[in-house]
Design a protein around this ligand. Sequence first.
Ligand code: 5GP
Ligand code: ZN
Length: 112
Amino acid sequence: MDCLFCKIIAGEIPSKKIYEDELCYAFYDIEPQAPVHFLVIPKEHISGANKISEENCGTIGHMFAVIAKVAKELGCGNDFRVVTNCGPMAGQAVAHLHFHVLAGRNLSWPPG
Ligand code: 5GP
Ligand code: ZN
């Protein structure tokens, strides 16, 4: 499968890894939108948030636990934003589920 994030997980494309376990992989976004901007992705190829199901939602819950742990380790305290874009109208560019974690500046709402 020609998937950028599957290739990053496989180490075929380099990335700045922050955390990895059997279920997920966390790495810095190549084009950061905040002082802290990392992505958390499942190792299983799930194309987007619309494909989260009863079968794979255990992995998703685990990923949120990882997000809280990594955000704390990176000094974000209790202030961070988690975003997932699903579909082209929402701005999804990579068709492998990813949670953006943004922190380190005031983040406006609504995002636009
Ligand atoms: P999306 O627009 O799909 O929600 O987010 C995709 C994100 O992946 C973007 O923030 C983009 O900067 C990031 N990205 C795209 N290609 C690469 C890459 O090769 N390496 C890393 N680390 N991030 C990437
Ligand atoms: Zn993939």
